[in-house]
Design a protein around this ligand. Structure first.
Ligand code: FEO
Length: 399
């Protein structure tokens, strides 16, 4: 065991025993430019529970942190809040090393974990609002189906008024600090937004329901300890943002995003942006050569309009634009006005394909796609500015 690795006490009975992944840069398509943490928690009563594990390569780090509190073979229960491998990846090794009396998960979690690991021991299914008595500490399980997997659940530690919130209220941020109040607020804001936009956008109606449900349970919550990023000792900050973000705050902002082959589609993008700005619409221009899909999606959270541009390459949209469209479709954007544009040489299918893709996402598409043959000059750029003004009018009409 690495003796330099310590647990961090989070509350009376709860220790953080997770791992810091300083170098992860891709999380199933979401670029985690500041790394992440995999948060496992040790709950210590007379009996001991480990809630979640870590990604498999970090097993040694987690066990070393557990060992700074107690020998791992003293763990009586392993609770799996979530079957995704960043939290369950080392479960088989943990079960072998610890030999707990029981490993528990939600009913869907038991199935998912068996389908992942084909374990040779049975897992116990816990029911919604079921409890586990650790003699002196009680765990209560709250199902959170489809937030963001069918198996997801939260675990509440009543004596410490602490909610182990699984992926909810998390962020991908590797840091030496374990508590949000030790981290600059602008960094929390940026990474919490990126995480929400890239992971939770499709589930916003469920988040609102979960927030209502937890409120309805009347359980006091002083601390929220998520599965990624820092622990919230003042959880009001993040809960208020989740309520706002889930409600789909509309800022009236427009995002013009594009890729360009020889600079012509970029000229159209800038002309459209001029039209939007002239109409007083706060506008951000994003080239896909300088921004990846995660940046764009974070910027789109709360935006009122998106204009997407692409040159036509071999009768298709540019690969980077196709990538963005696929990613965006999966995230199911809401309440957006959309527009398509692009320069072309001879066939010019891309803008139409973008408009169709936006339509399939139920984005309200403005007008006909704006196109220009080869390099746009005065007339085409004027049409670009006019298109920007038309998008601005659609935004204002929707406000
Ligand atoms: Fe952090 Fe859905 O796993």
């Amino acid at each position: 065991m690495n003796g330099s690795l310590e647990a961090v006490r989070v509350s009376n009975h709860v220790y953080w025993v997770g791992a810091i992944d300083w170098n992860v840069r891709d999380f199933h398509g979401y670029s985690t430019r500041r790394g992440s943490t995999y948060n496992a928690y040790l709950v210590v009563g007379d009996r001991i529970a480990l809630v979640d594990t870590v990604k498999r390569p970090f097993l040694g780090e987690m066990l070393a942190r557990v060992s700074s509190v107690l020998p791992p073979d003293r763990i009586d229960y392993v609770v799996c809040n979530h079957a995704e491998m960043d939290h369950s990846g080392s479960l088989p090794e943990v079960l072998a090393a610890v030999g707990p009396e029981q490993a528990l998960a939600s009913k869907a979690g038991v199935s998912a974990l068996q389908e992942h690991f084909h374990l040779d021991r049975a897992l116990a299914a816990v029911s919604d609002l079921g409890t586990l008595d650790l003699s002196g500490v009680t765990l209560t399980f709250v199902e959170a189906r489809m937030l963001h997997w069918p198996d997801s659940m939260l675990t509440y530690v009543a004596e410490d008024k602490l909610l182990l919130s699984n992926d909810a209220f998390g962020m991908h941020l590797a840091s030496g600090e374990r508590f949000a109040d030790q981290i600059p607020e602008h960094l929390l804001e940026e990474e919490a937004r990126r995480y929400f936009a890239n992971i939770l956008t499709p589930f916003t109606p469920l988040i609102l329901k979960l927030l209502e449900r937890v409120k309805g349970l009347g359980i006091p919550i002083d601390t929220i300890a998520p599965s990624h990023g820092p622990v919230w000792r003042n959880p009001g900050w993040i809960v208020e943002r989740y309520a706002r973000w889930s409600a789909g705050e509309a800022t009236g902002k427009a995002v013009v995003v594009y890729d360009t082959m020889w600079g012509s589609t970029e000229k159209l993008a800038l002309a459209i942006a001029e039209g939007l700005i002239a109409e007083g619409v706060p506008t951000k221009v994003m080239s896909l050569k300088a921004n990846d899909r995660s940046d764009v999606v974070a910027e789109l959270m709360g935006a009122s309009a998106v204009a997407i541009g692409s040159p036509t390459l071999n009768n298709n949209v540019f690969p980077t634009v196709a990538d963005l469209l696929v990613y965006l479709k999966g995230l199911r954007p809401r309440k957006l006005v959309g527009a398509a544009f692009g320069s072309y040489g001879w066939s010019g299918e891309a803008p139409k394909q973008i408009a169709e893709a936006l339509g399939e996402m139920k984005v309200e598409v403005v007008g006909e796609p704006l196109t220009s043959k080869y390099v746009p000059e005065r007339e085409a750029l004027a049409r670009g500015v006019a298109f920007g003004r038309e998008i601005a009018a659609a935004v204002k009409q929707k406000a």
